[in-house]
Design a protein around this ligand. Structure first.
Ligand SMILES: Cc1ncc(C[n+]2csc(CCOP(=O)(O)OP(=O)(O)O)c2C)c(N)n1
Length: 602
């Protein structure tokens, strides 16, 4: 439907109250409506969009500065290209809120990342305009090239355009895709959204030399630009040129992260994501007032600082997440002992392995979900050579609002099968500091996984100290059943034991501490005493901690019966973490109920 028709329709509904000269955005239900807006009014659409995104961020918080910086790009792309026939492929998706608003999801944005609202990233199931799902960085050029080849081979109409930030372009996959596109001489259109920022300032030789033209041209790309990505007079003709080109072609758009809102312009790092704020001042709204326990991440950083104080071999490596992993804090204490490798998890791990061959003790601080990228590097470069690299795996378990692209619920599975690798998970921040010391002092490949959010709030021992590897800890004894839990699930197991006690069932609670090696003695003693063991973990049941227990008991005590409380074989949607635990059957109530039912049956 034409915008004019839509305006008339809306005017009729609104009893003539609708003024077609105002609130253009409200009339745009889909990109076809946007394309009816005359060029000289696109500025107004951009301004309205930006104001709306500021309002949204003020109320909801969440990813913020990235989308403010892509307002003109988004509107320009949907105006110049014939979407959805032409396929826009956004990298990551945290900067695609304007894209969501233009493609029929404007009213739902207020519920973004809530269980009944849109995802914070891109999802094919959410909209035909989300051509390729995302959440992890560096996929768009590969996907765009694949889409382009798919279209060409079948003679389908349309083209693909990958939109990638300079941060995401530091990923190895982006280079691989550019190299392949240059080789194929395929119709690979790329918009290089260069704002100088990843979450933190971007890193890399390309950023240092600043010679993007040379980079792209050396890989066989036609290079357009650089242009000011906020100036429509530059942007629109450049996008038209991009549209009308063939072969591999990149448009270099310079943008400002956080553009158009003074606080985020001044501090794009701090405003990558935000808490609700006052849109007039940019001041964050006060929280509940109750001081909360610091995050697991902060305790990790403090423990690492203490260990590095006494061990000069310790260095820390991040893949573009110095703030998220607490390494910014570490860096303040130990300047010069942190490496930001860019969004390059694979490289970060092998780089660490190289250092480890020279008697260093590198600690790779990487989120569980992003470490998935580096699987072969962990196998081939670290574990096979038995090198002393520590993996500090943050955001392990269910992460809530970021949803299935960001849950860290596969790591036990993909690490457990790797020989030489030790895997542990602390139940609280005090255990975290000790496990970190254990890892670094072990001289072995060692993974310590810990969750997102506030830590438990226990008292800390004065300093991190190594503990025996593979030793579980019994937290309470009982008569009827044993609960074996790992990491954050230990707290749930302890609460479940209380609920069971109220029903007259007395449970032993064991903090396994290690997934690998398991504590055989603790398992056998429980199997002999109860012959019934419940395992609890914030991880997939398939291939997880419970699986490990089952495998071990099949050898050590084959008569033992095991109830595995882990996540079922499906992706968990975005929403509140507590709801995700409950839906996954791993919250205290579910564990207690499942245990009671199971004991009755067996
Ligand atoms: C594989 C992977 N590692 C890390 C991240 C976390 N992350 C999300 S956005 C982002 C920065 C992206 O920078 P850029 O592409 O330049 O976009 P900008 O926010 O600057 O617009 C990072 C590191 C991720 N999504 N995927």
């Amino acid at each position: 439907m034409l915008l004019g028709d839509r305006l008339k329709e809306l005017s009729a509904v609104d009893d003539g109250a609708c003024d077609p000269t105002e609130d253009l955005l409200a009339k745009i239900r889909e990109p076809a409506d946007l394309r009816q807006v005359p060029r000289d009014r696109l500025r107004e659409v951009c301004d309205e969009m930006r104001a709306e995104l500021v309002e949204l961020g003020a109320v909801r918080g969440g990813h913020f500065a990235g989308s403010l910086g892509t307002v003109e790009l988004t509107i320009g792309l949907h105006w110049v290209f014939d979407t959805p026939r032409d396929r826009l492929i956004w990298d990551v998706g945290h900067q695609a809120y304007a894209h969501k608003a233009l493609t029929g999801r404007r009213e739902q944005l207020i519920k973004i990342k809530k269980a009944d609202g849109p995802s914070g990233f891109l999802r094919r199931s959410e909209s035909e305009y989300d051509v390729f799902g995302a959440g992890h960085a560096g996929t768009s050029i590969s996907a765009g090239l694949g889409v382009s080849e798919g279209l060409r081979r079948q003679g389908r109409e349309g083209c693909s355009v990958a939109i990638i930030g300079d941060g995401s372009a530091t990923s190895g996959m982006s280079f691989e895709a550019l190299n392949h596109a240059g080789h194929l001489e395929a119709d690979a259109r790329v918009v290089y959204n260069d704002n100088g920022m990843s979450i933190a300032p971007s890193v890399g030789g390309l950023k240092k030399t600043g010679d993007a033209r040379k980079y792209f041209e050396s890989l066989g790309f036609q290079y357009l630009g650089p242009i000011d990505g906020h100036n429509l007079d530059e942007l629109l003709p450049a996008l038209e040129q991009l549209r009308d080109s063939s072969g591999p072609v990149v448009l270099h758009a310079i943008t400002q992260k956080g553009h158009g809102f003074a606080p985020s312009e001044a501090d794009p790092y701090g405003w990558h994501a935000c808490k609700p704020f006052d849109p007039k001042t940019g001041k964050h709204l006060p929280g509940s007032g109750k001081p909360s326990t610091p995050s697991w991440t902060q305790f990790f950083a403090d423990a690492l600082i203490a260990i590095a104080d006494r061990d000069p071999r310790v260095v820390a490596i991040t893949a573009a997440m110095p703030d998220g992993t607490g390494l910014d804090r570490f860096e303040r204490a130990h300047p010069d002992r942190v490496y930001d490798a860019g969004i390059a998890e694979q490289h970060a791990v092998t780089f660490a392995a190289g250092m480890a061959t020279e008697n260093m003790r590198p600690v790779c601080a990487i989120y569980s979900t992003f470490l998935q990228r580096a699987f072969d590097q962990i196998v081939h470069d670290v574990a096979l050579q038995n090198l002393p690299v520590t993996f500090a795996i943050d955001r392990a378990g269910l992460v809530g609002a970021d949803g299935p692209t960001h849950h860290g619920v596969l790591d036990i599975g993909y690490l457990r099968m790797i020989p030489n690798l030790i895997i542990a998970a602390p139940r609280d921040e005090n255990q975290l500091q000790h496990l970190l010391a254990t890892a670094i002092e072990s001289g072995r490949p060692f993974a310590v996984r810990f969750p997102r959010g506030n830590a438990v709030g226990v008292e800390l021992d004065p300093e991190p100290k190594a503990i025996p590897i593979g030793k579980a800890e019994m937290l309470r004894d009982g008569q009827d059943v044993a609960l074996f839990a790992i990491g954050k699930a230990v707290e749930a197991a302890t609460k479940a034991a209380d609920l069971l006690a109220a029903q007259g069932i007395s449970a032993r609670v064991v903090d396994a501490r290690f997934v690998k090696p398991l504590d055989d003695q603790a398992l056998v003693s429980a199997a002999e005493r109860y012959s019934r063991i419940v395992t609890i973990e914030d991880h997939m049941a398939t291939g997880g901690f419970g699986s490990a227990v089952l495998e071990r008991l099949a050898m050590l005590a084959p008569d033992a019966r095991v109830l595995v409380c882990g996540l079922a074989d499906r992706f968990v949607e975005h929403g509140e973490t507590d709801d995700q635990w409950a839906a996954g059957g791993i919250d205290p109530e579910s564990i207690a109920t499942r245990t009671v039912d199971w004991l009755k049956k067996s």
